[in-house]
Structure formats: C-alpha cells, structure tokens
Design a protein around this ligand. Structure first.
Ligand SMILES: *[C@@H]1O[C@H](CO)[C@@H](O)[C@H](O)[C@H]1NC(C)=O
Ligand SMILES: *[C@@H]1O[C@H](CO)[C@@H](O)[C@H](O)[C@H]1NC(C)=O
Ligand SMILES: *[C@@H]1O[C@H](CO)[C@@H](O)[C@H](O)[C@H]1NC(C)=O
Ligand SMILES: *[C@@H]1O[C@H](CO)[C@@H](O)[C@H](O)[C@H]1NC(C)=O
Length: 676
C-alpha cells in the first residue's frame, strides 16, 4: 500500500563524487529473461489466467474509478494515473492481456501507453501536472515503466518511441536527484524498481548513455533506504516490529511491500558495484526474512509492517506478488535454487489463497490460521484496519486491487529463461506451458509442457528444435528420487546442479519427448508453540473450515464486485498426529482439472491425518489464539482431510500436535521454520 503522506518530503540527499567509484559496465546476470509472449500458460494455468481475466482484473477498467477514467488523468487524485493505480494496473494488464490474447485489454493498455507518451512534457517528465500543486515524486511511474518494457519486448515495433521517452525521463530524473528533488518516502524505499528499468535500458538500448544511466542508479541508491543495513544481522528485526524503534528513522524500511521490492535492491546494486558483498547481502536478506517472518504459504508476514511468526498475523497481497517478482529477479542474477523454490510456493499457495475462486474478491491481509474473514473485533493487525481480511473489491486500501494482477502473468513470463550465451533454454517454474523461442539467432525451439503440477508429480515436455542444444529444467529441492526419460528410453536418475537446481538434458534437433517424474514425501515443518505445518512438494496443506458466506455489500457500479463475510460453519479446533499423515491423489479421468481450481473440494490432491478436537480458545471474536501446546483430546479421534492451502479461504494450517502412535510415520521432519 501507500499512504497519503506525499506532502511529508523525505529526502536523503548527499553530495556524491561518483566518478571514482562507479563502473559504467554492468556485471552480467546469471540468466536472461525471455520477452513477453514467448512463454504462454497452458492447461490449468491458462484456465487460471482466464479466470483472472474474467474477474476484477480484466474488468476494472470498465467501472473502477482509479483506472476507468477515459482521459486517464486524475491530476489531483493521489492514487490515479501515474501516481499509483494506473501505473500498477498497466504493469499487470500488459502481460495479462497478451497472455490470454484479449483484444479489449490489449487495446486499453495500448491507449494508456499512447496517452502517457503523448503527454510527456518538454522537460521529459511523465505524469500528471494538471490541477496539482504538489511537487514531482519519482516512484509512481516505476510500475508503468515495467509495463512499457513488457510491451516493447512483445511488440518491438514500439521500441523507439518508448525507449526515447524513457531516455528523456532519465535526464530529468537525474537532474532532480542532483537537486535533491523527487524522493518522497516511497521513492526512497522503492528506488530499486527504477534501477531495474535503467539496467534494461543499459542492457538493450543504451544509446550511448551508459554513464548517465549508471550515475542515476548510484544516486537512486544513495538517496534511498540502505537495504544492506536493513537486511543485516545487526539490524534485522527478529519479531514483530510494532513496539520497536526503527534504527534508520525510516519506519517504511520495515514495511512489508517495500521490503518485498527491496529484496531486489542488492542484486540490482551488485550489477553496478560488481561487489561480492552485495550478493552476500542479497543472500542474507532472503534468509533473514523467511527465518523470522516466513510462513508455510511461502510468503512472509507483514500486516503493513513486519509481523513475525504468529499464525494470525497478516500477509499483504501486494507483498506476495512483489516478493514473487523479486524472487524471480534474484534467481536471474544469482542463480540459487532457493529463490525459485520459494517463488513457486508463493504462486501456488499464498497467491490463490487470498483471492476468491472467481477472482472478483481479494483480501488485503491473509492469515495462516484464518477462522473467519470479516470485520474483526478486536483487530489482530496493529497497523491495518479491522476489515483487512474481508474478501472484496478494495478492503483496507485499494492498492492490491490494481497491483495483484501482475502475480500470475509475471510468474508465467519468468517461468522460462535462457543462458547468457543465448544457446540454452531453462524451464524454471514447473507447470503447464507453451514456449516458443529463437535461441542463438537460429535455433527455433518450441516446448509444450503438459502436467497437472503442482497437483501431480509428472511433467511431459515435447521439445521441437531446429538444432541440437542443451535444455535445462529445474529440479526443486523437495524432490526425492526422481527420474527423467528421453523419448522411449530408460528412466535415468536426476543429477541437477546443486546450486542452481538445474538438470541438463542434451536435446537433438527434431522432436524429443522428456518425461520427468518428481516424487516427494510429506514434510512436517515445526512452527511456533510446538505446532506443525504440513507440506508436500510446493503445496502447503490446511484444514479447510466449512464456511457460510454473507454479502456485506455490492458495488453499485458492478454487481460482481461483492464484499464477502465468511464465518466458520464447523469446528476447527483440531490437533493432529503428524505421524499419521497420508497423501491421496485422484487422477482426473479427462486429464483436465476443474476451473476455477482454487476453492473447497476442487484440487485432486489431499492429505489425511488423525486428529481430535481440543480446547483451543478464541483471541477475540474472530480469530484463534496461538495453537495450544501439549493439548488433550476433548473429543474422539477422527480422520480429517487437509487440502491445498490455496484452495482454502478459511483454514487451520499451523496445528497443535498430538501423538497417538509410535514413530514418525512416512513423513520427513524439518527444523523450524521452513526458510530455504
Ligand atoms: C490472438 O487473437 C487473434 C485474433 O483475435 C489471432 O489472429 C492471433 O493469432 C491470436 N494470437 C495468439 C498468439 O493466439
Ligand atoms: C506491543 O505493545 C502492546 C502494548 O503494550 C502489547 O499489547 C503487544 O503485545 C506488544 N507487541 C509485541 C509484539 O510485543
Ligand atoms: C564494496 O563493498 C565493500 C565492503 O562492504 C564496501 O566497503 C565498498 O564501499 C563497496 N564498494 C562499492 C562500490 O559499493
Ligand atoms: C547464503 O547465506 C547462508 C546463511 O544465511 C549461507 O549458509 C549460504 O552459504 C549462503 N549462500 C551463498 C551462495 O553465499
């Protein structure tokens, strides 16, 4: 989110002598991205993106004031146009429109681009100046730039126009930074987003401006939050921050979404410092974040500010999609498997869990143990409103409505990469895709991946290539004893690179069929208060509390835009015996999953566990207290079913523990918490 505090000017402006420090070459990334449109979703993932398109994402331009104005100007509105909402919407809907080939959305995003570029003023500034006397702040434009880059990569015929406009903007931005202008507290925390844009210009369209581009990167860093300090052992908060004093005098450096964006800052800095210490700090930042605030859903807790490990604290939806995007970038620069593994967890758990199945309603905050979604009394979120976990059009703040739609499209676009030499293709995020790419200027490669993953363990990739080449596929860290077979050949043991997780496969020209088997075991993760979370592969499993649904309100402009209250309709106070867990899998007869898929009873996988009711009090009328330690059964033993977390809207995912039986069963146990 962002708050209405633009008038509080926050500037860390220092005189910089840059010429001796900076290097005008950028250090290479480890892997290269593919242009928007080369990687397309298939199977259930295509259906999911179509559900998103049919939901609020694909319709908000028709009715939602923040993005529906026909002239795209909202000069005096803090959220609109290029100050936030329009910019977020554009960043998300450019790839969404392209990936489902929706001509209405593609036309709308093109109009937005045209409007913004046509209104660039003579100084180079992009954005509203009409009817406002507030100073210019840089940040609001950054998501727009990401959208424009994606559009150019998809449609190179627009390159000159966009790139020229960006270069003009860089000139005015650099001048502003030299004059200590343009940096409010959002620009101070989100500087890394602009650095990525500058690096894209530097990598592909430098126009001889490398010095100015790098100078601007350095100035952004030095007028912004020092992320290497925020994410250091010395300063990093190891619990909720509401009662702590921020050592940097910058409360927003502990803001969940800013930190999600800030996870990109150190790998981005490395590219212009070439400094190993920046890579080490990037590595540490990830580990600290998930060790002290991580959740079984793959995300971390920040109900506005960092919130620690308790299961009723909140995770903001914007944080989920921004952390996914940062994780993709971290992998591209550093190539450590842990980033990709966690992005996949977030995509398949935290993202769908916090949005209704039809994708018309979203929460602002999700809870790992969430026994109701309603106006909360008392409110468990110290910095966010009591309405934050309601599913609806814009609970608490509107930002997540316009920002969440980037989640699936960017996950899809980043699912394949190529090696820096351009010769090899990498399948990074596992799922169903159709990819078409020109490698090494001459090798036309097509890959069709058929799979139910993460609701199945088998992937079949049909690779069609003009020439022999090396194909890489990521083997997640949780795979135990998998195999690959090539055409009708024998199953071969997997031997992935330990650091990158990539399995190399030599593929001959022509058509090759790769069959991957990626089995795993159920994993039990220790959480606070002796509780446990249950995982299998990328999916977290939760008890799906039967819910009653009540309409709180319907938006007068759009009948699908409903705010829903969910109340539990059954008992949820279960402790489980972790040694009793058993995995179950239906094979859909048609090979097709239901769509939508992320709701009660729909996914084909489940875990059962022996459980009993215990005394587990509320902590307020609407949320559970911490899981009780050493509980006693107050009801008979029974078997309960756990479902993929993303399909549960009310749930228990951190369970108190009982031990009825002997031994540990077939599951593997992890130390607390899951942080790699
Ligand atoms: C997108 O749709 C148009 C027709 O509306 C069609 O001509 C085009 O081939 C489609 N593109 C893709 C990639 O499916
Ligand atoms: C913060 O302080 C309030 C008021 O003293 C207290 O109720 C709350 O438990 C504290 N939170 C943490 C995480 O210590
Ligand atoms: C590189 O890292 C070292 C150690 O952290 C630091 O002292 C130095 O200033 C850094 N150099 C640059 C150009 O950032
Ligand atoms: C990342 O940091 C962890 C400690 O948090 C360390 O064990 C690991 O070796 C580091 N990885 C790299 C690639 O430096």
């Amino acid at each position: 989110m962002r708050r209405r505090s633009a008038t509080t000017l926050f500037i860390l402006c220092v005189a910089l002598a840059l010429d001796t420090e900076a290097k005008y070459e950028l250090a290479p990334k480890r892997f290269e991205t593919l242009p928007l449109g080369n990687v397309r979703p298939a199977g259930w993932l295509y259906d999911q993106l179509q559900v998103q398109t049919d939901g609020v994402a694909g319709h908000m331009h028709e009715f939602y004031d923040l993005v529906s104005k026909s002239d795209w100007i909202g000069g005096d509105s803090y959220y609109s146009y290029l100050e936030e909402a329009g910019s977020y919407w554009f960043n998300a809907m450019v790839p969404n429109g392209v990936l489902v080939n929706n001509s209405v959305i593609n036309k709308k995003t093109q109009e937005f681009l045209d409007y913004v570029l046509d209104h660039q003023d003579e100084t180079g500034w992009l954005g509203p100046e009409v009817g406002t006397d507030k100073p210019r702040f840089l940040w609001g434009r950054y998501p727009f730039f990401f959208g424009a880059i994606q559009l150019v990569e998809y449609d190179p015929s627009q390159t000159d126009r966009v790139v020229d406009a960006l270069h003009k903007f860089v000139k005015v931005a650099n001048k502003m930074l030299r004059n200590c202008e343009g940096v409010d507290k959002w620009a101070a925390t989100r500087w890394e987003d602009f650095v990525l844009v500058l690096q894209w210009l530097h990598d592909y369209h430098p126009q001889g401006q490398q010095e100015l581009l790098v100078d601007t990167m350095v100035r952004l860093k030095w007028t912004g939050v020092p992320w290497e300090k925020v994410f250091s052992e010395e300063y990093f908060p190891t619990g909720p921050v509401e009662n702590l004093t921020n050592p940097f005098g910058m409360e927003l450096s502990w803001h969940g979404v800013n930190m999600a964006e800030g996870l990109k800052a150190l790998p981005a800095t490395y590219r212009f410092t070439h400094n190993q210490s920046d890579l080490d700090a990037a590595n540490l930042s990830w580990d600290l974040m998930f060790k002290y605030h991580g959740r079984p859903s793959g995300a971390y807790a920040a109900d506005e500010m960092l919130a620690g490990l308790e299961a009723v604290r909140g995770t903001e939806l914007c944080l989920v999609v921004e952390a996914m995007f940062s994780g993709s970038y971290l992998y591209q620069v550093i190539g450590d498997l842990k980033y990709a593994d966690r992005v996949e967890r977030m995509a398949y758990n935290a993202l769908p869990a916090t949005i209704t199945a039809d994708m018309w309603g979203r929460q602002y905050l999700q809870q790992q143990n969430q026994i109701a979604a309603k106006n909360m009394t008392p409110n468990p979120f110290p910095e966010d409103g009591p309405y934050s976990n309601v599913f609806g059009l814009e609970p608490n703040y509107p930002c997540c409505t316009v920002n969440f739609p980037q989640g699936w499209p960017k996950f899809i676009t980043n699912a394949f990469l190529k090696t820096i030499d351009g010769k090899s293709l990498i399948h990074l995020y596992l799922g169903p895709f159709n990819t078409e790419v020109m490698l090494d200027d001459s090798n036309d490669v097509k890959v069709a991946v058929e799979t139910l993953y993460p609701f199945g363990d088998t992937l079949k990739a049909t690779v069609t290539a003009a020439q022999d080449f090396s194909y890489f596929v990521r083997i997640p860290s949780w795979v135990i004893g998998g195999s690959i077979s090539i055409d009708d050949g024998p199953k071969q043991e997997l031997t992935p690179d330990r650091e990158t997780g990539l399995q190399e496969v030599g593929v001959k020209k022509g058509v090759t069929i790769l069959t991957l088997e990626l089995p795993t075991k159920i994993t039990i993760e220790n959480r606070l208060h002796g509780s446990v979370a249950v995982h299998r592969g990328p999916l977290n499993y939760a008890f799906d509390i039967g819910r009653s649904e009540q309409v709180i309100k319907t938006d007068p402009r759009e009948s699908h835009a409903i705010d829903w209250q969910y109340d539990p309709e059954e008992r949820w106070e279960y402790a489980i015996d972790p040694s009793s867990v058993v995995y179950h899998h239906d094979s859909p007869v048609s090979g097709v999953l239901p769509s939508p898929i992320f709701d009660s009873g729909l996914p084909p996988t489940r875990i059962t566990a022996t459980a009993c009711l215990i005394n587990w009090p509320l902590a307020g009328d609407t949320f559970a207290s911490s899981p009780p330690q050493n509980p006693e059964c107050v009801g008979p033993e029974r078997v309960i079913t756990l479902w993929p977390f993303g399909a549960t809207k009310l749930r228990i995912s951190e369970f108190p523990v009982l031990s009825f039986g002997e031994g540990v069963g077939d599951a593997q146990y992890l130390q607390s918490p899951l942080h790699v």
